[in-house]
Design a protein around this ligand. Structure first.
Ligand SMILES: NC(=O)c1ccc[n+]([C@@H]2O[C@H](COP(=O)([O-])OP(=O)(O)OC[C@H]3O[C@@H](n4cnc5c(N)ncnc54)[C@H](OP(=O)(O)O)[C@@H]3O)[C@@H](O)[C@H]2O)c1
Length: 418
């Protein structure tokens, strides 16, 4: 389970300024806070609208709301009644004592949403809460996304959130976000943007005294996109093993009853996920990253220290060692079986695996190396390390502070000076 996001104590401006002058950080370190959740009681007289509520996690959310007392549900999706799960779901909810209706609407389209929202508000069971779960995913590197593809990804989440926000200023307002946005999964930049803007919208609502909550989900098992596309194995090996949707929605219920701004629920292997999401090495994750990662042989600071005092040949050997470690993990080969002077293509390294190696390597060195330069290497670990060396050393020495030891002089030519 992801730790809850840190709780910061907000200081009044004068105290913050004073703290700043005294060199203290005006945000205090997060303190663990575990409150026993109160049972969630929903209003049986109000209507709860779920966008994307006729399939996947949205449909499972409908079941959960009914378990917690909701009796009127409006489930919205573009296919509406035509969604494959719709008839079974509506019947199931009916047998549990709830009246659920399917609505055919694009949540981002004001022409269909406004009349629907007005109709629900004017009905005998006015809107009491909104869960915004609609989504569209289309993974590509950002540079390859067309405007149409980007729009299709962003519109259901952000466009939908805007429609619901405008029409429901005072109702409970929950948006579903994703760990992909928090961690920065490659090829999901549009999805990340849509999720993060929704989280910002929730913060803005709360700042204006309105209800709002975001829930950041890790991968979900059994229902929804991951299960449907058989991504469980791939996500587990990336470090984001899916969780059972019942556990996830129990967590949501607890979170809603506590009324906090946002929460995250998922199962994360920080080592693995950090290898493919370099941003997890950044300081903003320090409060949630497990301490043992700091003891990692290849932890960023440890690597920097070793590089800062290394002679150029030592630095080159260190980078070769790091590359060999990453490549052996990626190719599932013992490091000693990888000849550093043999082209990696001969070990089955393709362009996708090469991208994964680069992403993992960035975690160790916190530095991009221009792809075009890498394409001109001979494709061996030795050749790649030689190309990376000047970039890595430049980064290390740019970042050198008084806490880092100074580099030792060496007679050998300094590749960083090339
Ligand atoms: N599944 C996971 O592992 C996971 C992980 C992290 C976060 N989440 C979040 O959880 C939510 C649900 O995910 P899921 O896996 O259950 O997705 P899903 O099974 O693909 O369901 C998404 C739903 O959104 C509806 N939808 C798409 N565009 C819409 C639009 N413009 N207007 C109205 N409805 C629209 C789709 O129905 P129509 O095609 O009929 O419109 C579909 O019912 C998403 O917000 C997602 O970001 C899921």
């Amino acid at each position: 389970m992801l730790p809850r996001p840190p709780h910061y104590r907000r200081l009044p401006p004068h105290a913050a300024l004073q703290a700043h002058r005294q060199g203290r950080h005006h945000l205090q370190r997060p303190r663990a806070r575990r409150a026993r959740p109160r049972p969630l009681r929903l209003d049986p007289e109000g209507t709860y609208l779920i966008s994307g509520g006729l399939s996947g996690l949205g449909a499972h959310t409908a079941r959960t709301l009914v378990r917690h007392g909701a009796r009127h549900l409006a489930l919205v999706s573009r296919r509406g009644h035509e969604a494959p799960e719709a008839p079974g779901l509506l019947e199931e909810l009916r047998t549990q004592g709830a009246q659920a209706t399917a609505h055919t609407a694009d949540v981002s389209d004001p022409h269909t949403m406004q009349p629907l929202l007005e109709q629900l508000q004017a009905g005998p069971h006015p809107l009491r809460g909104v869960i915004h779960a609609a989504m569209h995913i289309d993974d590509h590197p950002l540079t390859e996304l067309t405007d149409d593809q980007l729009h299709a990804i962003i519109a259901p989440k952000w466009g939908g959130a805007l429609q619901l926000n405008a029409a429901c200023p005072r109702t409970d307002f929950v948006v579903y976000s994703s760990i992909s946005a928090t961690a920065g999964f490659m090829h999901q930049a549009g999805y990340a943007a849509a999720n993060l803007t929704m989280e910002a919208l929730v913060r803005a609502r709360r700042a204006a005294g309105r209800p709002g909550t975001f829930m950041i989900w890790g991968a979900i098992d059994r229902v929804g996109y991951v299960a449907r596309n058989q991504l469980t194995g791939a996500l587990t090996s990336m470090g984001a093993a899916p969780v059972d949707p019942d556990d996830a929605l129990d967590a949501l219920a607890g979170h809603l009853s506590n009324g906090s701004e946002g929460s995250a629920f998922g199962r994360v292997d920080w080592h693995r996920l950090g290898a493919v999401c370099p941003s997890l090495a950044s300081p903003r994750f320090a409060a949630v990253r497990p301490p043992e990662i700091a003891g990692d042989e290849w932890h960023l600071e440890a690597v920097r220290r070793r590089l800062a005092t290394a002679t150029p040949p030592e630095a080159l050997a260190l980078i070769e060692d790091m590359l060999a470690a990453v490549i052996s993990e990626t190719l599932h080969l013992p490091p000693e079986d990888i000849d550093r002077n043999r082209p990696l293509q001969q070990y089955g390294m393709d362009s996708l695996l090469a991208m994964e190696v680069l992403a993992r390597f960035r975690v160790y060195i916190d530095q991009d190396v221009p792809i075009m330069e890498l394409l001109h290497t001979d494709g061996t670990i030795h050749g790649i390390a030689e190309t990376m060396l000047p970039h890595v050393l430049r980064r290390v020495h740019t970042n050198a502070t008084s806490t880092l030891p100074q580099p030792r002089p060496d007679d050998a030519a300094d590749p960083a000076a090339e």
